[in-house]
Write a protein that binds this ligand. Structure first.
Ligand code: ADP
Ligand code: MG
Length: 618
């Protein structure tokens, strides 16, 4: 075998491979998921190219993945007819890791040995070294000759032009020379089970070279025919003897003659035959009706095809068929794990959670602006019938159709949140709010056209509700003569509960909304009124006037007069004592059990806002 040129791996790749080669983790089986996922990506790429350039498929139009075991050589080979890799691609893609954050990834991977991290971080190819000590990659791209890449993982790989010429047509063949401990993966049954797990949602056909025992009809030999004849005769004699009383001789003769022809001329034998068996059914889940898909199917579709690296169940999903201005199908998920920037954002800061298909052909998952920032945690599928198949990524940004799609997606997503919010069982909504509440608040501030809808999703702990409560519920509980929504912002709930500022409200049995998220006060300021009617009143501000019943009004007037004279002296003393520290001293009926409180002027910042602004400036 030709040795070819030697190349050394990038230091990070080397380090990763060393960890992989020296370990056989209990879930080393993920190599299969990763290699199939790469094959599927490569098939998507050639299919995408062929939309605008039919010539691309002249090197082969069958798109699929074939998997074959060679027991004698102890190899497992995964072959796809995807885009393939040129010589340069092989060197660049299978020798370096371009992703940022590699060092952190390696650190956490070494510590946790969590093989899921491999897929999440996008270094799936190297998982081949979990099960193989030598990996050979044969690849043919339309732009180049066929090359062989090979590595035994010891710091380098070789590249050779394939002396056999172009045997693939187009695509990639990955040959895994299995480690002894990984020989179980050469077993057909094991592979079948794994494939049913990892190939379910791959939208290209996957074939496994399988040996099937089949029944085969073969002609009898002369000897066998003689034997069959003898047996048939024997049987008819017995029959004749048994029936002798009722059957005449003539008839018996006749029967015997007929029975001469009545024996098998062929026999069935078991034979082992090898064929390509299809492992998956290629019918995209989102094209089915929502009623025909079970919850379990939605969940495994999420983990297998949508989330790429998130192996937790989604919190919820919405599957719909939009018709009218633009026709499209969509399936949107709320991930059960909040995305971390490191894994989710692509280089341009775009969104990667949504996969766009045009008439079931995958187009891209690299969108900019398909979702507003506050919804960028959503993942899912959009399949449009109205976009041209040859749409380019640049055209997408400008597309009117996509703008309509975007608007509908936002509405549907909000509707999904509202449904959870109104659900009697609040388990899902709590989880949702914990992960994405702050993001939704950002939406209230930023998305003017959905402000009202989004504000209905806000939930807060209040003086009357331990559980987070919507503002609509607050309004329901309001006193008849109450017109405002009273809020108090603090750093912690405990602080809100003990605040003297709320005393008077407690005394009047007015409910107070507790806000402890730094963004809350901004949200409130951006809304002004809830539901267009109920004004937010921050009780940490000066000049708080609570709605009063007629009796309360009369009583307060009298009391005010009384204390004005009573405390005139004290007021003067305060002014002299703190001439610069306080702006004004007011005698008030606001406080119930404490003698004095510091409040902010109605136009200034509340103490809480001041705290936030200071923190941001640091
Ligand atoms: P990722 O798939 O996240 O990019 P991988 O480590 O799995 O990371 O693969 C690295 C790169 O190698 C891929 O991006 C692709 O360019 C190339 N590659 C891997 N497998 C194939 C394949 N079967 N066909 C074509 N290119 C491939
Ligand atoms: Mg990959």
């Amino acid at each position: 075998e030709a040795k070819g040129e030697k190349h050394v791996f990038q230091a990070e790749v080397n380090k990763l491979m060393n960890i992989l080669i020296n370990s056989l983790y209990s879930n080393s089986e993920v190599f299969l998921r990763e290699l199939i996922s790469n094959a599927s990506d490569a098939l998507d790429k050639i299919r995408f190219l062929s939309l605008t350039d039919g010539e691309q498929l002249s090197s082969g139009s069958d798109l699929g993945i074939k998997i074959k075991v060679n027991k004698d050589e102890k190899t497992l080979t995964i072959t796809d007819t995807g885009i393939g890799m040129s010589r340069d691609d092989l060197i660049n893609n299978l020798g370096t890791i371009a992703k940022s954050g590699t060092t952190e990834f390696l650190k956490s991977f070494q510590a946790s040995k969590d093989t899921n991290l491999i897929g999440q971080f996008g270094v799936g190819f190297y998982s081949a070294f979990l099960v193989a000590d030598t990996v050979t990659v044969i690849s043919k791209n339309n732009s180049d000759k066929q090359y062989i890449w090979q590595s035994d993982s010891h710091g380098s790989f070789s590249i050779t032009e394939d002396p056999r010429g172009n045997t693939l047509g187009r695509g990639t063949s990955i040959v895994l020379h299995m480690k002894e401990e990984a020989e179980e993966f050469l077993d057909e049954k094991t592979l079948k089970d794994l494939l049913s797990k990892y190939s379910e949602f791959i939208d290209h056909p996957i074939y496994l070279w399988t040996s099937n025992v089949v029944d085969k009809e073969v002609a009898l030999t002369d000897e066998e025919i003689a034997e069959e004849k003898r047996k048939a005769k024997e049987a008819s004699k017995v029959e004749f003897e048994e029936d002798s009383e009722t059957v005449s001789l003539d008839e018996a003769d006749k029967e015997e003659e007929e029975e001469e022809f009545d024996f098998p001329k062929t026999k069935t034998v078991k034979e082992t035959e090898s064929t390509w068996s299809t492992m998956n059914e290629v019918k995209p889940l989102w094209t089915r009706g929502a009623k025909d898909v079970t919850d379990e199917e939605y969940k495994s579709f999420y983990k297998g095809a949508v989330a790429k690296g998130d192996y937790n169940d989604p919190i919820d999903w919405i599957h719909f068929n939009a018709e009218g201005e633009v026709d499209f199908k969509s399936l949107l998920y709320i991930p059960g794990t909040a995305p971390t920037n490191m894994y989710e954002q692509n280089k341009e800061g775009g969104h990667r959670g949504l996969r766009l298909y045009v008439r079931r052909v995958f187009i891209t998952d690299e969108f900019r602006d398909i979702l507003p920032k506050y919804l960028s945690f959503l993942k899912g599928i959009i399949d449009s019938d109205d976009l041209p198949l040859n749409v380019s990524r640049e055209m997408l940004q400008e597309s009117k159709t996509l703008k309509v799609i975007k608007k509908k997606i936002i509405r549907k997503a909000i509707a999904m949140f509202q449904k959870m919010c109104q659900d009697e069982d609040q388990t899902k909504y709590r989880q949702f709010w914990k992960l994405y509440g702050s993001t939704i608040k950002l939406g209230v501030i930023e998305d003017a056209s959905n402000k009202q809808r989004l504000s209905e999703l806000l939930v807060y702990q209040t003086s009357k509700s331990q559980e987070p409560s919507t503002l609509a519920k607050y309004v329901e509980r309001m006193k008849d003569h109450q017109k405002n929504i009273y809020v108090l912002a603090c750093e912690k709930i405990e602080e809100c509960k003990q605040s003297p500022l709320a005393e008077q409200l407690h005394a009047k049995d007015f409910e107070v909304v507790y806000m402890v998220d730094p963004i809350d006060e901004y949200v409130m300021n951006s809304m002004d009124r809830y539901d267009g009617k109920y004004k937010f009143v921050n009780i940490a501000k000066e000049g708080l006037e609570l709605e009063q019943t007629e009796e309360e009004k009369a009583a307060e007037e009298a009391r005010k007069e009384e204390i004005k004279t009573e405390f005139a002296g004290l007021k003067d003393w305060f002014k002299q004592k703190f001439p610069t520290q306080i702006e004004r001293v007011v005698v008030t009926t606001r406080l119930v059990s404490v003698p004095a409180a510091l409040v902010s002027s109605s136009y200034g910042w509340t103490a809480n806002m001041e705290r936030i602004v200071k923190a941001q400036a640091l």
